[in-house]
Design a protein. Structure first.
Length: 620
């Protein structure tokens, strides 16, 4: 019976439909959220720490600085004269841009407020933060009304600064993933990182807006212009974080003042300086956010470090790009086909191996894209949805296909072979991993031509039936199976499985018993691998035993005529027989049509009567 490892078109269609289903499942919103939490964290862990640009420095307001300066650890209570001193020092040392991530919305000491305003005007490159306050009003149990209110710096300070801008962060259930270029809660105003990028690189800023479909010739459009260019316009980019908290160079406030007072120091020369609350002592953290790099001890990345990260991402075009929904779906379809195609040949080991290779190559490709092109490919959708579902489907298809092939083979063999040999073939095929070994007995009736000449066809048929009735009885009595009858010739097999010695002894005992029949029969015995398959073409197809042992046993049977013997067996059979087996060595024999000679043996008639055979054998 011819078998195939190719899946039918029905199975291929079902697996193809499953690829589409897994692509749809992987594109659903719950898996997008998992990509933002678990998937992004995994890509970061594979990539490792990314060196932060040395063009950005953070001046941190923290507990260390407050103790060193002898002031409260409350940023809103720090003397503004201190900030004025910092601005003057940074400007004198050549800082490119100074950004305060502090809200100066309340008047304090008039003299110090005036000192800070004067320092801001003289510097000409200081940006101040705005704050977006969201208030929620509960109308009923199902409706909540949210209103956003912009809190601006004092007019005196806002007018003295180069610009003011907000930096709200879109929070999710699993932390901060993105930042806004234009804040939707602040009337679509440009955020602080984008203001810095526009100040330092106006041409790149215009290109950035054009990439988002905004035709801006120069300058930063205000909210009204943005609404005209693109109604309800908002833009969000995914953070490309550099690593755990503290990857961007951070100096405590008091150390920054010391460096500014030292002649010749160039710590802040040509640097973008961000001033804000940044604490590396977890219990003291206030303005901090959960990210993919949040530490096990609870240490998070500060808001000013996220602002510095967003600024660097925009300046160097390094924010993470995520494929859109259509591209996401296309990626899942492509990966799904790569995972399922190996199963079309329905080979479990090949399918599992190629699926593992596909997953490894996808991880390598995803990591390369993440590191080199900041492309954030889907991970959870592939490894947690497609990979297990398609592998499970492939294994199931493999199992069902194998079962169908086994049933078809069993049905086909039932037309030719007894059930006993079918079961034996199935057991041995499994135990020997696809390669069957057997003893082949080829027999031929001596003088058949003369006998047939003197009988009518009907008499010959009756006579042959009587002869084969005796022969088949002898073969069956010794656990052999007759698989072919042609004229007066017969082919019988003893499938060895894990007991080749027993099969060889049983075959020799059957050959010995056949010599006791009234009609003289020549026999050849050989041991080796064998296969069953369809032989023929078109409508005429027969199931035959195929292998060199069939040809060799037939040649041995024919050689009896020349050697004047009745039974010839090969060395492959003799080596499994016990020492007292009634055989004797004849020597090397060149069989017709064979290139190499083989060592042959024959029955020793003198020892046959004394040899009773062996029922239990020990493997050699």
């Amino acid at each position: 019976m011819k078998t195939t490892t190719r899946l039918s078109w029905r199975w291929r269609s079902l697996l193809g439909c499953l690829v589409v289903v897994t692509a749809v499942l992987g594109s659903l919103m719950p898996f997008h959220r998992l990509e933002e939490s678990q998937g992004l964290r995994f890509w970061y862990s594979l990539r490792g720490v990314k060196p932060a640009p040395n063009s950005i420095v953070i001046v941190a307001l923290n507990s260390e600085a407050s103790k060193a300066l002898g002031i409260p650890n409350r940023p809103d209570q720090w003397p503004r004269a201190l900030h004025a001193e910092l601005v003057r020092g940074l400007k004198a040392q050549g800082a490119r841009v100074i950004v305060f991530d502090l809200l100066f919305d309340r008047a304090r000491d008039p003299q110090q407020d005036q000192q800070l305003a004067q320092a801001l005007r003289q510097a000409g490159n200081v940006l101040l933060a705005e704050y977006v306050l969201r208030e929620q009003t509960v109308l009923d149990s199902h409706i909540k009304l949210s209103t956003d209110q912009r809190l601006l710096p004092l007019p005196e300070l806002a007018q003295s600064a180069y610009a003011t801008a907000p930096f709200p962060l879109p929070k999710t259930a699993h932390g901060i993933v993105e930042f806004w270029s234009f804040a939707p809660g602040a009337g679509d105003e440009a955020t602080l990182p984008l203001r810095v990028a526009a100040l330092l690189q106006p041409e790149r800023y215009r290109q950035y807006l054009q990439q988002m479909g905004l035709a801006v010739s120069a300058g930063i459009p205000d909210a009204a212009q943005l609404r005209q260019l693109r109604p309800h316009f908002t833009a969000a980019q995914a953070f490309n974080l550099y690593g755990p908290p503290g990857q961007i160079r951070t100096l405590p406030y008091h150390q920054a003042l010391v460096r500014l007072s030292q002649p010749g120091d160039s710590t802040f020369q040509n640097k973008i300086v961000l001033v804000g609350f940044s604490e590396f002592n977890q219990p003291e953290q206030r303005d901090a956010y959960i990210t993919a790099y949040s530490q096990a001890d609870g240490l998070d990345i500060s808001g000013v470090e996220l602002m510095a990260t967003a600024t660097a991402n925009l300046l160097y075009q390094e924010w993470l790009r995520r494929p859109g929904l259509a591209a996401h779906f296309f990626i899942l379809i492509t990966i799904g086909l790569c995972l399922i195609l190996p199963w079309f040949r329905c080979q479990a080991r090949l399918g599992l191996g190629l699926n593992a290779i596909t997953a490894a190559l996808y991880l390598a490709l995803g990591l390369w894209c993440f590191k080199q092109y900041y492309l954030w490919l889907p991970l959870i959708s592939v490894l947690a949805v497609q990979w297990p579902l398609l592998i499970g489907a492939g294994l199931w298809a493999n199992y069902r296909h194998t079962e169908q092939q086994r049933q078809s083979l069993h049905q086909a063999l039932n037309r030719y072979l007894p059930g006993q040999i079918i079961d034996q073939l199935a057991r041995d095929h499994k135990s020997q991993q696809g390669e069957l070994y057997a003893v082949c007995l080829s027999s031929d009736l001596q003088g058949y031509t003369a006998l047939a000449e003197n009988r009518s066809p009907e008499q010959l048929r009756i006579w042959l039936n009587q002869y084969f009735e005796q022969v088949i009885a002898v073969i069956s009595a010794h656990d052999g199976q007759v698989v072919d009858l042609t004229g007066d010739a017969m082919l019988a097999l003893w499938v060895s499985g894990q007991r080749p010695a027993l099969a060889c002894v049983q075959a020799l005992q059957a050959a010995q018993a056949l010599q006791t029949l009234p009609l003289p029969t020549r026999i050849g015995l050989h041991y080796g691998p064998i296969a069953f398959g369809e032989v023929g073409a078109g409508a005429h197809v027969e199931l035959r035993a195929v292998g060199d042992i069939v040809n060799t046993s037939s040649r041995l049977q024919s050689a009896n005529k020349s050697l004047q013997t009745r039974v010839l067996l090969s060395q492959q059979v003799a080596c499994y027989l016990p020492p007292d087996a009634p055989i004797k060595r004849l020597g090397q024999l060149q069989l017709a049509g064979k290139q190499q000679s083989i060592e042959v043996f024959t029955l020793s008639q003198a020892d046959c009567a004394a040899w009773q055979g062996i029922k239990v054998l020990t493997e050699k």
